[in-house]
Write a protein that binds this ligand. Structure first.
Ligand code: ADP
Ligand code: MG
Ligand code: ZN
Length: 486
């Protein structure tokens, strides 16, 4: 950011809710089915078809509202937002009106110290979160002469989460988006697939002179389907607007699209010609009413939130923020880790295994933790053995973990059977150390001459002589003593 200027950013996020059926009909809510196979008179907008509200979508919106500590409006209404587009069969979208189901919530994100002037979290307000329906999908590139419309997505439930213009840098915007993504995935209300459009973000951004009270003219950037694109597009747009202001020119209120291959935003349409959507209350749906008991029940059922989990892990196990965030990647992964940490009694050890061998296996096999073949209890035994230094990490990784993966035996049995337990008696280690020192008089002399780095070489020789079964910490200790004495 150029000194003397300040960026102001507000994000609008569309979250596809993971309900079984669509928002106003019984059609399956699912991607990847043959085009137009998941449709019915309601989502095709046939005359006379009547919508029925999906209670599960309402429950999910309520859960999100409570998780962001928002106000749940006891009465909110659905409206018709009219516009013409081929993938909108009814000629209007059903969305919520001036009152949203959720209002005035917030999400805490790490502040960007470079623009805030200090470290620490900042609270980003959420203006509202309202329910609406998705449109179908137009395909313009399937053949040269026609466009194709697939209405499987028409009527899929969306929760639009409108953030206040409280973000001050591209970094903060991307952190906010990641926190929101973690939250909706953690709550189990969205599958979080950015590429497939389950979690979509439009970014509003303006630039003003530092210290000015009024916001600058904003530009809306669309088509941001990755966290990296959000960051890049906002950085680019902030720079572009700042340059305009520097040159004494005005920023045009417009919608721009992010062109990832060109690495820039491009003008799409001017906001001056903004549409009049002729909103009016949807006559075919009753008021959406939420009873106090429903709120109480939903609040009681609220799980531990991803960011609460992350903080708990940081405090209890001393994990770094990045490590903890990676562990919170999905509810199932986080739950597996929690189990592993509890059963092994070692949060650090469990984290290392989850971020190391477990993740590597999942990537290699292209599976998620739900399909991981080793149950937490079995892996915990291995974590415990390594933590207690009964087993060397290398041996655990190379000789025990693969056997567990193959579904054979328990860690303790494998260690006993193959005789893998580490040698932790000083006697045999001292003997091997002596052997190695005698065999390598050159390096020993060099170490005595100050070349400390050669110690690692000698340790390696001892470990090798012990066939990888010696406790490395003890070897280091014994070697240091022997060197001091010799
Ligand atoms: P619209 O009706 O065009 O969507 P809203 O008032 O609903 O406009 O605001 C949409 C988004 O734009 C919100 O996320 C809000 O935080 C953001 N926003 C509003 N004004 C500004 C501004 N001057 N600079 C950056 N973001 C802004
Ligand atoms: Mg809006
Ligand atoms: Zn339908």
């Amino acid at each position: 950011m150029k000194p003397g200027y300040e960026a102001v950013i507000g994000l609008e996020v569309h979250v596809q809710l993971k309900t079984r059926s669509k928002m106003f009909c019984a059609c399956r809510n699912q991607s990847g089915a043959p085009p137009n196979s998941l449709t019915c008179p309601v989502c095709l907008g046939l005359p006379g078809a009547l919508p029925t509200l999906n209670a599960e979508a309402v429950r999910m919106a309520l859960v999100l509202g409570l998780a962001v500590e928002g106000t749940i409006q006891p009465r909110s209404a659905f409206y018709r937002k009219q516009y013409f587009y081929p993938d909108l069969p009814k000629g209007y979208q059903i969305t919520q009106g001036p009152v949203a189901l959720v209002e005035e919530g917030h999400l805490d994100v790490p502040g960007d110290a470079r623009v805030r002037g200090k470290e620490g979290p900042v609270r980003i307000r959420i203006e509202r979160a309202h329910l609406e329906e998705d449109a179908g999908k137009s395909h313009h590139d399937l053949d040269a002469h026609h466009s194709h419309v697939d209405l499987n997505r028409a009527g899929v439930p969306l929760l639009e989460i409108v953030g206040a213009p409280d973000l001050r840098s591209a970094q903060e915007a991307s952190d906010y988006l990641k926190a929101l993504h973690r939250l909706v995935v953690g709550l189990g209300i969205c599958d979080g697939n950015l590429e497939e459009g389950s979690f979509r973000c439009d970014a509003n951004v303006s630039v003003r002179k530092a210290g000015e009270a009024a916001f600058g003219t904003r530009v809306e950037v669309k088509n941001l389907n990755s966290f990296r694109f959000v960051r890049q597009a906002l950085e680019h747009e902030i720079e572009r607007q700042t340059a305009l202001l520097e040159a004494g020119e005005a920023v045009q209120m417009e919608t721009r699209g992010w062109d990832a291959s060109a690495g820039e935003t491009r003008g799409q349409r001017s906001k001056e010609a903004a549409m009049d959507y002729r909103y009016f209350p949807e006559p075919d749906l009753p008021l959406l009413t939420i009873e106090p008991e429903e709120i109480t029940a939903a609040r009681a059922a609220l799980p531990e939130l991803p960011d609460q989990r992350i903080r708990r892990w940081q405090e209890a196990y001393g994990l770094g923020l990045d490590e903890a965030q990676t562990l919170a990647q999905s509810p199932a992964f986080a739950t597996y880790f929690d189990e592993l940490a509890r059963l092994s009694g070692s949060g650090r050890g469990a984290a290392a295994w989850m971020l190391g061998e477990v993740s590597r296996t999942l990537n290699e096999r292209g599976i998620s933790i739900e399909a991981f073949p080793v149950e937490p209890k079995k892996l915990a035994e291995l974590v415990r053995l390594v933590d207690a230094r009964t087993l060397g990490f290398g041996t655990a990784k190379e000789q025990v973990f693969p056997v567990l993966l193959a579904g054979e035996g328990s860690a303790e049995a494998i260690v006993a059977q193959k005789g893998l337990a580490q040698i932790r008696d000083r006697g045999p280690i001292e003997a091997l150390v002596l052997q190695v020192l005698t065999a390598h008089p050159g390096p020993v002399a060099q170490i005595k001459g100050g070349k400390e780095s050669l110690k690692g070489f000698l340790v390696g020789q001892v470990l090798k002589a012990g066939n990888g079964r010696l406790d490395a910490r003890l070897v280091n200790e014994v070697l240091a003593e022997a060197l001091a004495k010799s």
